[in-house]
Design a protein around this ligand. Structure first.
Ligand code: NDP
Length: 495
């Protein structure tokens, strides 16, 4: 791996609309400062409603009259594989962009880019296995067929925590289905998405098939939600933004895919391998500085081991290497921005005011500038404390002891969210029973945060609507059409 450093000047990007790189209608630029260093690292246009409209028109034309939806899945797959190859060749460059804009460690950022290559390749291959159904069992008169058709123009609104990987879990599936897209990345972390446009352009994605408009969610994103010419919007972000999408769709009844917040439990039973569990819980809470929608933020632990396990976990957490995102040894980088860091620390302080005890962490790291927070473990947390109910999106874990299996499941499910859960036990029956009974779109047993493009992901309850990845990830972006075909002379209704 090469040596990584801050750029001498901010990297300048443009939007991508109708196959052309452009600054769009406004003459304003957004500048991103690296949250780990404070240096200006990237700039892109502050897109406005007019740019969103231009992108919608380009995507509409590419869908209604362009070659993409009519190409065979095999032909589309060839293009998607070419995009994947180009991403792979530029993994370090893309990883550096992502590291500087998000504050995540460089090794993790590059790993996410390589993971995204795998997802693009899966979606490319999966395009060719998408199929309909035939019903030959409706009697000799009728044959029915069920067709899947691309849903049309899809808006994709992505957040700042995993800009490139979250896009990879959606965009290649959208393209594999034969749809066209307008992407609105987070206004703070748009660089890797804009760099991807160059790679798609080189790979031969036709003009208008993918368009990227930067700018504020309340301006550009809202325009995608409000437009009658966009058939579906996929939103990944806060539950507040998800609600805005639902409100907008009430007016135009467009389909929504929503991946929203989580308050995910780690359930640790006394019969677990406690060393493995402590390591997994520490990883699951601190990965990406806790800014991970499926990261664990509640530790639901059997009372008989709660004290010893909490101490074992704290020892692990104190050894997590929090530091410069550009250092290849760093395990946890900076939080997204200053306001977010204060919000995270505010939850810790409020918890303390409500009687919670800080077992480890609880403050900024002292030895460097930037928005770094120590991995924090909180015990004696009262039920109802925001620490236990709200998505903090930082490296903060709250402990809740339980006495019985039933109580563990009840605590785990006592949340408006249902995104993920991790279960730690050596008892296979207990593990399977808990897998069934826990309310979450993704469950891990004796591990956490594993994933792969083959398996669908998404949330229950207020964590979202729909599923991404796997074959469901392509089906999500299709409409189902049923046709009944008469094979016999008609028996007339009117004689
Ligand atoms: P948001 O939900 O505001 O941002 C997610 C995306 O939605 C961004 O691209 C944003 O644009 C866009 N957006 C915002 N408002 C609208 C709107 N009215 N119409 C259309 N798009 C919109 O999340 P935040 O960045 O504000 O983070 C706040 C909290 O949300 C976090 O602390 C965390 O709890 C949660 N979150 C959850 C994520 C998850 O993966 N589940 C991811 C990110 C955040 P822009 O920001 O550019 O204005």
């Amino acid at each position: 791996m090469s040596h990584f450093s801050l750029p001498a000047e901010p990297r300048r990007f443009q939007m991508y609309i109708g196959g052309r790189f452009t600054d769009g209608a406004s003459d304003q630029l957004t500048t991103r400062h690296s949250p780990g260093h404070g240096a200006a690292v990237a700039q892109w246009p502050s897109g406005v409603g007019e740019d969103a409209e231009a992108a919608i028109a380009a995507a509409r034309e590419a869908f209604d009259s362009g070659p993409w939806p009519g190409m065979s899945a095999g032909e589309r797959a060839v293009v998607l594989f070419k995009v994947a190859d180009r991403i792979e060749r530029r993994a370090e460059e893309l990883g550096l962009i992502e590291c500087l804009e998000t504050g995540k460690p460089i090794t993790q950022a590059i790993g996410e880019i390589r993971g995204a290559v795998d997802v693009w390749r899966f979606a490319a291959g999966a395009a060719r296995v998408m199929k309909g159904e035939a019903y030959n069992n409706l009697g000799e008169r009728v044959l029915a067929i069920v067709l899947r058709e691309p849903i049309g123009v899809v808006g994709v609104i992505t957040p700042w925590n995993f800009p490139f990987f979250i896009l990879a879990e959606r965009l290649p599936f959208i393209l594999a289905a034969g749809c066209t897209a307008i992407v609105k990345p987070s206004e703070a972390t748009s660089g890797s998405t804009l760099k991807l446009c160059e790679l798609m352009h080189e790979a031969g994605v036709p003009p208008g098939v993918v368009n990227v408009v930067t700018g504020k969610g309340s301006v550009v994103g809202q325009r995608l939600l409000d437009s009658d010419r966009v058939d579906m919007v996929s939103v990944t972000g806060s539950t507040t933004t998800g609600r805005k999408a639902i409100e907008a769709s009430a007016a135009n009844v467009k389909k929504l895919g929503l991946e929203l917040g989580g308050k995910n439990p780690h359930i640790v039973f006394a019969d677990a391998d406690l060393d493995d569990a402590a390591d997994g819980v520490a990883f699951g809470m601190a990965f990406n500085a806790g800014q991970c929608c499926v990261g664990g933020s509640r530790l639901v632990v059997e009372r008989s081991i709660a004290e010893a396990f909490t101490e074992k976990l704290a020892q692990k957490m104190r050894r997590i290497r929090v530091g410069d995102p550009l250092d290849v040894q760093t395990q946890v980088g900076a939080l997204f921005d200053e306001a977010h860091m204060h919000k995270v620390l505010g939850y810790v302080q409020e918890g303390v005011r409500m009687g919670a005890r800080i077992v480890c962490g609880g403050a900024r790291t002292e030895d460097r500038a930037g928005y770094f927070v120590q991995p924090t473990l909180m015990a004696n947390v009262r039920p109802g404390t925001p620490l236990l109910r709200e998505e903090i999106f930082g490296p903060v874990l709250a402990v809740v002891p339980f006495d019985t299996y039933e109580e563990a499941i009840a605590i785990a499910n006592d949340s408006e969210f249902g995104l993920s859960a991790s279960i730690w036990t050596k008892d296979i029956t207990k593990a399977l029973r808990a897998t069934r009974e826990v309310e979450a779109g993704r469950v891990w047993v004796n591990t956490t945060l594993d994933n792969g493009p083959e398996t669908p992901l998404g949330g229950m309850k207020q964590s979202g609507l729909g599923r991404e990845a796997g074959l469901s990830g392509i089906e999500e972006y299709t409409e189902v059409k049923t046709a009944h075909i008469n094979l016999q002379p008609r028996t007339h209704w009117i004689a």
